[in-house]
Design a protein around this ligand. Sequence first.
Ligand code: MRU
Length: 352
Amino acid sequence: MTSAHTDFSPIVWRGDSLSLLDQRKLPSEEVWIETSDYRAVVECIRNMSVRGAPAIGIAGAYGLALAAMELAQSCIGDFSDRLHAAAREIGRARPTGANLAWAVERMLSASASAQTTEEVVSDLASEAASIHREDVEGNRRIGDNGAKLIPWGSRALTHCNTGALATGGYGTALGIIRAAWAQNRLERVYATETRPLLQGARLTAWELLRDGIEANLVADSAAGALMRRGEVNAVLVGADRVASNGDVANKIGTYSLAALARDNGIPFYVAAPASTFDMGISSGDEIVIEERDESEILSYGGNRIAPSGMSAFNPAFDVTPNRYVTAIVSERGVARPPYRRSLAAMMEGANG
Ligand code: MRU
């Protein structure tokens, strides 16, 4: 069965302002942040009110449209210089996901031939809406392409949140789960909690419940035991950046799941739109891994967990070597090893 909830988007453009569902507060509160200040959008990306590589790219694109609107009203300095400075500020908000820099680049190219500030503003607003719309359309195709890989009666394990909340709507790995569930291919989903910020427990669980998909939440550390007991037929994850050799940066813990899947003979699938592929880097070694504040590990919900005096190391992502990846699913199709060749063919003619 499909659900109306799959059309939900955490990002709503209102013509001269942007509404973002504050994902830090879910699932206990559904609070929308409304702003017309691009600096607030940058802050929402940094503090993860909006998160997930595609959603960050879309928010950044609308952020640049807001920056242009503000600059068009002001007489201080050169419009184009200041717009490019705002674009750099937005592009730096989080480093690992490819989609943010991709979206900013695409926005600047879309407005490059505009003759007036009014034209720049209108080109940027319509380009951001196109990026948003295309992401949702692409997710639907990822869902269709990926669902075919899921045998009837499967139990799938997923990590972090890759659903409507992490994208323009619908989702990537969770989009495949949605499509496979609608086709009755899936018996059950296991969602990992995803320490330290619990995107699985808070966000994926929220989406799965809204869609009525049969699911269990599991501790991250339970994944190996579940696989060993034969409870998992496929692992499905998203990506923040895919290198041209098929190495994949994704939420911390993904590499461990991939190695466990290999050890248990379980296929490990990565789902991502073309905007997440970075064909300019030859391997995952070139991916900048964001390190976040140690308080995310030492405390939860404002309550200190670790004894005072303890310090923490908090990489937000890891890199899964291509040898563990069974297939990479995008809106353009399904790539299999050797990835240098299959991804190059998949991305031929793409602007990503
Ligand atoms: O730190 P987050 O919550 O932004 O990390 C999100 C992930 O790692 C997702 O798996 C990835 O962005 C793909 S979302 C479609």
